[in-house]
Design a protein. Sequence first.
Length: 106
Amino acid sequence: MVHVIAVKYVGGLNLDLEFDDETVGVADLQQLVERVPLFAQLADQSLFARAFVEDGRVCWPGDLDISPERLYALAHHLPMPDTLEQAKANERTMRRRESKPGLPPV
């Protein structure tokens, strides 16, 4: 499974992410923060900006973290995975995109 290796706050509720499969992307977490009560406190941009990587996940103070599979989907404009197989399918999609740079986004 994919892991986050670097995170950088880039404004709003956006994170610039680097993954261990050598892909990068910006994840917009606006909808997640608005729709999932657990993440509502991340609407405070001063807290959101304190994102850090721990054990391949993006974390925040207060014991908050988001799975790398969900961030991978957001950063690469892929379907949000609900299962391990869906997460693996997203990784396969990115491998195909990377091997064929002209392939349009899904």
